[in-house]
Design a protein around this ligand. Structure first.
Ligand SMILES: [Zn+2]
Length: 468
């Protein structure tokens, strides 16, 4: 049989490319702007009018086209993109003429050249070239078509290995380029599923068996690769990603779900402020520093009476820096930081450690961190660790904060006014096992709160922090 001539097909392909470029041109000229195509998909809304000669695109759409997670803090001062074990942060300028400030773009905490993000009519815009290149993309400008073209390499899953042995064994996935991935944990069948976008499976790679997990299998799925991990019974997992060469590694580590408690749980109580830092002055009740210390000592006595091992980060009226307080929390079963706040009696706020990506508590964290004289770079390093999943047991703090809302209401009628996650530096040492509580001065000075809180903490520790 005669093979069909390749000509018509090549011509058709050339024609469709031309059509795509004409379409891009039409889109670009209609808005008086350049067009943007990322990995073959048109991203609407790109513009060079914010900062002359620099191509900007709406942040959320750009991040999505690049496969990156995108979020901003509550006050929209920093835009964060996360992809392939990297964290890219862009300061958001409200005045485009100030967008070229030094240090406006940071990759993994290190400043990279490039202008800031820009806020325009309530939308955040990011500089296309610098953001795309930082996340592994190649950028070209087609002058005639007035089109910016971004292409990220597809990734290959090149490794699926069990490293180490016994209960400290980890499953390590090796990807050759930064690509987005999603995860789904199917609780009833204890299966963790990961889907990697724009990824191919390296030939010969299939499954692996482990000591701390049953097995892991990889298969092609649509445009990407699925990895299915069968967990051993009664096992928790933790997942984080790390940059590695041009690509990244995803590490899944496993821990027994309920390690038996050998000794009495150790609770660290952190009375806020002290010494040169009196905190808030509450007329009629004194300083926040004196209120939190007296309350913490009362709480300590009650908890010790219930058999807990209790340590205070400060036992008198002197200054303790945030790093020391935070270090005291290392290894604790629970770290409770106590503060006063201008709240009606009977109300309290409970915060846990998180990146504050979806709650309005980052400004509270900035205030608390600033009061403790914590440097911005330390907070940003902590935040990066949280974002990359390097802080274990984050859900413990969350479930304690949520659980306290229930317990303190049942056990004294206290209402949680605000509960949320925030990158609170002082909670860093305890990793996920920390909460920061703010009470009214009336409640801190009362006889009833310490007993109610001790009861709630004991119940939550007994149930592993579970809400019910
Ligand atoms: Zn305070």
């Amino acid at each position: 049989m005669r093979r069909p001539s390749p000509r018509p097909r090549a011509a058709a392909r050339r024609w469709s490319l031309l059509a795509a470029l004409l379409l891009a041109l039409a889109v670009g000229t209609a808005a008086g702007q350049t067009a943007l195509v990322v990995n073959g998909v048109t991203v609407d809304g790109s513009t060079t009018s914010l900062v002359k000669g620099t191509s900007y695109a709406p942040a959320a759409a750009l991040a999505s086209a690049l496969g990156a997670r995108y979020f901003t803090d509550a006050d929209t001062t920093v835009a964060t993109l996360q992809l392939g074990g990297h964290v890219l942060e862009a300061v958001i300028a409200t005045d485009p003429s100030k967008a070229s400030a030094a240090g406006a773009l940071r990759l993994d905490g290190t400043a990279i050249g490039g202008p800031a993000g820009v806020m325009q009519d309530g939308d955040v815009y990011l500089p296309v070239k610098q953001v795309a290149e930082a996340l592994g993309g190649h950028v070209a400008y087609l002058q005639q078509q007035k089109t910016v073209v971004v292409v990220q390499p597809r990734a290959q899953l090149t490794g699926l290995t069990a490293q180490g042995s016994g209960s400290s064994q980890q499953l390590v996935l090796q990807l050759s380029a930064p690509v987005g991935f999603s995860r789904f944990y199917n609780q009833p069948v204890t299966t963790l599923q990961l889907h990697f976008d724009r990824t191919d499976l390296q030939g010969g790679l299939s499954g692996v068996q482990g000591d701390s997990f049953v097995r892991a299998d990889a298969s092609s799925s649509g445009d990407g690769v699925d990895v299915r991990v069968q967990l051993a019974p009664h096992t928790d997992y933790r997942l984080y990603s790390l940059p590695d060469g041009n690509g990244f590694r995803v590490v899944v580590s496993f821990t027994p779900a309920s390690a038996a408690q050998q000794t009495a749980p150790h609770i660290v109580i952190d009375p806020g402020h002290g010494g040169q830092d009196p905190g808030i002055n509450f007329p009629g009740y004194g300083s926040e520093a004196s209120l939190t210390l007296a309350f913490s000592q009362q709480l300590q006595k009650i908890l010790e009476g219930r058999g807990f091992q209790v340590t205070l980060t400060r036992t008198g009226d002197y200054s303790v820096d945030a790093a020391t307080r935070s270090r005291d929390g290392i290894g604790a079963d629970l770290f409770v930081s106590i503060h006063g706040s201008v709240l009606p009696p009977g109300q309290f706020n409970a915060y846990y450690l998180s990146d504050a990506s979806s709650v309005g508590s980052l400004s509270m964290a900035i205030r608390q961190n600033a009061q403790s004289a914590v440097q911005g770079q330390d907070v940003s390093a902590l935040r990066r660790k949280i974002l990359l999943g390097l802080v274990p047991q984050l859900d413990v703090g969350r479930s304690f904060a949520d659980g306290l809302g229930t317990q303190l209401f049942q056990n004294g009628g206290y209402r949680a006014s605000d509960t949320g996650g925030a990158p609170l530096y002082v909670l860093g040492g305890a990793a996920g096992r920390g909460v920061m509580l703010e009470f009214s001065p009336q409640d801190l000075a009362s006889d009833t709160l310490a007993a109610a809180l001790a009861g709630a903490l004991a119940n939550l520790l007994a149930s592993g922090g579970a809400t019910q």
